[in-house]
Design a protein around this ligand. Structure first.
Ligand code: SAH
Length: 408
């Protein structure tokens, strides 16, 4: 296949590139290149599912180019899967799939809305996932089903059979690309709708729209979908629609093993007594509130499981949390640092509150901070951590709400 490079004015940042899976996409390619002069056509070794498209796509994506692929969504997801599976941060250039016949434009990753809209306009169609208000559910409206599933921490052995069954029966699967990759393999006739990790609400709305059309839709979350996951996003989207629009959709939530449970099991039973889970992400709540919750949880002598402990955008989250916790808990408090639990690169370490190194923690890590009773024992040559089921009657951590005394 041969496509001439367009002449173009110097773009700001790397120019967007166009990759064409096979000859079926050539007429659409010409229309896109005519309408978007900054688009550069990149030749590749060929083959829809072969290494050619995948290698070229990964190369351009890694070089920071927004990528427009004239290929079906699933092909693009499969082509990019090797790089996305190891990507620590979801931030990256836009990736847009355009159906070879020019009948659909689907922004899959990054900020592809503006470019996607121009491509769609060039093809005389709407942008998938961005247009159309939900259809009201009339008496004759098809009754679709939306199942939100938890994949567990990673390995399929820790996935509930009911979740696997829902995935097997799905017509459409919606989720963050990394999790779609984890949830597969899928059959060719199943439609995959992958997106960027930061677009939970967009993903939830898309899933509701598809289900309202009568389709059998599964939304995937890692761990448990109700713990900082997609089940909540779906219900928020439903709530925000505030009307009968999606009321006909049957919604079901299937649980998964959450990261805190999976991490705890690796070291023994640190969550054996009262515990709480907190997210350190301040994307959706102010840091002030996070710090206050940490302080109160530490004072209440709860074991604390920390999700989203540290991100590239806010690398000081965990260090700031440790300042709060160290003021309330002794330095010898056991701490579990569990990264990629249930995945091939799993690393689990037991340390103390004094020795936690925030640099060793990232967004794929779960941190468990022990209570005053959490203990380490050795069993089978391994350090085991547990929090006993009993509580000494004289160890009540706070005597009054205004009491500023730290627990011991
Ligand atoms: N719904 C998920 C949590 C999503 S929030 C669940 O129930 O597990 C994302 C955070 O979960 C990550 O920042 C990390 O703190 C934690 N996490 C998810 N999967 C993990 C895993 N396999 N290993 C360690 N931490 C994990």
């Amino acid at each position: 296949m041969k496509i001439a490079k367009s002449e173009m004015a110097a773009p700001v940042g790397p120019a967007p590139v166009l990759l064409v899976a096979d000859d079926a996409g050539l007429p659409s390619a010409s229309r896109l290149l005519d309408a978007c002069p900054e688009l550069i056509a990149v030749p590749h070794a060929g083959g829809v599912l072969g290494a050619g498209l995948s290698t070229a796509l990964i190369e351009q994506y890694r070089a920071g180019h927004a990528c427009v692929a004239l290929a079906d969504t699933e092909t693009v997801i499969r082509a990019l899967a090797p790089v996305l599976a190891h990507q620590r941060s979801p931030a990256g250039p836009a990736v847009i799939a355009v159906a070879p016949a020019g009948t659909a434009v689907a922004p899959l990753l990054g900020d592809g809305a503006a470019l996607g809209a121009r491509l769609a306009a060039a093809l005389g169609i709407g942008l998938a996932g961005a247009a159309a208000d939900p259809e009201p559910a009339g008496g004759d409206a098809p009754r679709g089903r939306l199942t939100v599933v938890g994949l567990g921490p990673g390995t399929r052995a820790l996935r509930a059979p009911a979740v696997q069954q829902a995935l097997d029966q799905a017509e459409d699967i919606v989720g963050y690309l990394t999790y779609l990759n984890m949830a597969g393999p899928f059959r060719p006739e199943q439609h995959l709708h992958g997106s960027d990790n930061r677009r939970e609400l967009d993903r939830a709305r898309l899933a509701l729209r598809l289900a309202a059309e009568g389709r059998r839709v599964v939304v995937v979350s890692s761990g448990d979908p109700g713990v900082f996951g997609m089940a909540t996003a779906v219900l928020e989207a439903l709530d925000e629609a505030a009307g009968p629009a999606w009321a006909g959709v049957e919604i079901e939530v299937l649980p998964g093993i959450s990261a805190a449970q999976a991490a705890a099991a690796r070291v023994g039973a640190p969550l054996g007594h009262d515990f709480c889970v907190l997210s350190l992400s301040d994307n959706l709540k102010p840091w002030r509130q996070i710090a206050e919750r940490l302080r109160l949880a530490a004072r209440a002598d709860l074991v604390i499981a920390l999700y989203n402990p540290r991100s590239r955008a806010r690398p000081t989250q965990l260090a700031e949390a440790l300042v709060v916790l160290r003021a309330e808990r002794p330095p010898s408090t056991p701490v579990v640092i569990a990264r990629d639990v249930g995945r091939p690169d799993e690393q689990v370490r037991v340390t103390t509150l004094a020795d936690v190194d925030p640099e060793a923690v990232d967004m794929r890590t779960l941190v468990i901070i022990g209570s005053s009773l959490t203990r380490c024992v050795h069993g089978g040559g391994l350090a085991r951590v547990y929090t006993p089921r009993w509580y000494p009657p004289d160890a009540c951590p706070t005597s009054a709400p205004s009491d500023g005394a730290a627990s011991s």
